[in-house]
Design a protein around this ligand. Structure first.
Ligand code: NZQ
Ligand code: ZN
Length: 389
């Protein structure tokens, strides 16, 4: 049964191949100093950087460059960016890139005026933000995380071997995000597929919880069907605008709080994948795909009814003369075949994980309790070992 909740999303989205035309009118709301955040250089190669610079210059802005944000952004980089933001008293942080760049921008926005250590305060202790927050705007170039329309920021601390996701409140959501599907055409295939599975995983993490009849689950099933259909086209034809635009739109709805309404939500695939990434720096979506099948096969008996529904509603499994277990299992078989078809990583071996690393990785897994089964340490070892085979 749907309980009590509030739904509001403060991010304004501009979508479509003309979406960047809206940047100028958004810039009017902010002061002169813009911290321009971007990654390792893809935006310089594909021409997006030049387009942004010319819009900022035309608007009379002073640009404070902050490039070099790495995939799986580190806390060291956040310290650097925060110093830059604070010293320059920037008025807006403009993130141009994928989830890593957007997450980093949000982490800097809360850290710049934090008087204590932001890693300790906002990621380890998860304290409420009580200092000034710098507004963030995004121009998205890679699809998957949903960071363009949520308060999430995932930061890695290599020294502590921890990758922690923090969900901040509405003040940290991007004020606006610009989504032009054409900007994603140059994303390498491996990253595109990682993003596609990240979207699928976000939906499943919310879907596989609860036993009630919840509208959020019907929305999730629709999003999943659209994603499966469009992703098959996109892997064959990366420049298919229709497919890429659908995937972009699904990604935002997969993790902007809508389909979590009335749900306890699971998120254990992310906890397992993030622990693997903390040790290997593996690409986010691929770390998720590498642990998903062993995890879902393991929890299937605890959430049988939902896995049966998933098989029927999403994978069109026929039910005649089959037990519930057979129907649910066939759904997971079809999911596994799809992951292999689009090119997902299916084993943590591919990130260099070996059996002797298992106990340490297990130490980095945060156990959450919203899904169908609360994992024990032995369960975690079993799932990770399964993925190693
Ligand atoms: O750094 P550059 O040179 O820009 O290259 C990037 C990067 O190497 C490249 N890329 C991006 N747009 C491109 C492009 N290359 C060519 N053309 C373009 N248009 O793609 C590579 C990956 O980029 P990244 O931003 O790391 O990927 P993604 O969007 O998947 O973000 C991953 C990060 O987001 C976190 C992940 O943990 C990971 O750290 N997540 C954030 C979430 C959130 N905020 O809610 C939730 C997610 O579950 C996730 O945890
Ligand atoms: Zn994710």
């Amino acid at each position: 049964m749907l309980g009590n909740f509030c739904y509001s999303n403060p991010t304004t989205l501009y979508f479509g191949d003309k979406a960047l035309d809206n940047l100028k009118k958004e810039l009017v709301h902010y002061g002169e100093k813009i911290q321009l955040v971007y990654g390792g250089g893809s935006i310089k190669k594909n021409g997006i950087y030049d387009q942004i610079i010319s819009i900022l210059q035309e608007a009379g802005k002073t640009i404070i460059e902050d490039g070099g944000v790495m995939p799986n952004p580190t806390i060291e980089k956040v310290y650097e960016g925060s110093k830059l933001a604070c010293q320059n008293q920037v008025d807006l942080i403009l993130a141009v890139g994928g989830g890593s760049v957007c997450d980093y921008a949000k982490a800097v926005s809360v850290s710049a005026y934090c008087e204590k250590d932001p890693w300790d305060t906002y990621f380890l202790q998860m304290k409420k933000v009580d200092n000034a927050v710098i507004p963030v705007g995004c121009v998205l170039t890679m699809v998957g995380t949903g960071s363009e329309m949520n308060g999430g920021a995932v930061i890695t601390n290599h020294e502590q071997k921890l990758k922690i996701g923090r969900v901040f409140g509405p003040a940290v959501f991007p004020k606006f995000s610009i989504l032009n599907p054409v900007f994603t055409f140059t994303v390498p295939r491996y990253q595109m597929v990682a993003g596609i599975y990240d979207i699928m995983s976000h939906i499943l993490e919310q879907y596989f919880s609860g036993q009630d009849d919840n509208t959020s689950d019907y929305i999730s099933e629709g999003l999943l069907k659209s994603l499966i259909y469009s992703s098959r086209i996109a892997v064959e034809h990366p420049c298919d605008y229709e497919a890429r635009s659908n995937i972009m739109w699904i990604a935002s709805w997969a993790l902007n709080t809508l389909i979590a309404k009335g749900k306890s939500t699971d998120w254990m695939v992310h906890m397992l994948g993030q622990a693997v990434a903390a040790y290997t720096d593996g690409t986010h979506g691929m770390t998720l795909s590498s642990v998903s099948m062993p995890y879902y096969r393991f929890i299937l008996p605890y959430g049988l009814k939902k896995f049966k529904r998933y098989a029927q509603h999403v994978w069109d499994v026929r039910t005649e003369n089959k037990s519930d277990e057979e129907i649910a299992g066939e759904g997971l078989d079809r999911m596994e075949a799809y992951l292999k078809e689009i090119g997902c990583v299916m084993s943590i071996k591919d990130f260099g994980v070996t059996a002797d690393m298992m106990e340490d990785i297990c130490d980095s897994v945060f156990i959450l309790k919203g899904g169908y089964h609360v994992l024990t340490r032995e369960d975690v070892i079993r799932i990770l070992t399964e993925s190693l085979c």
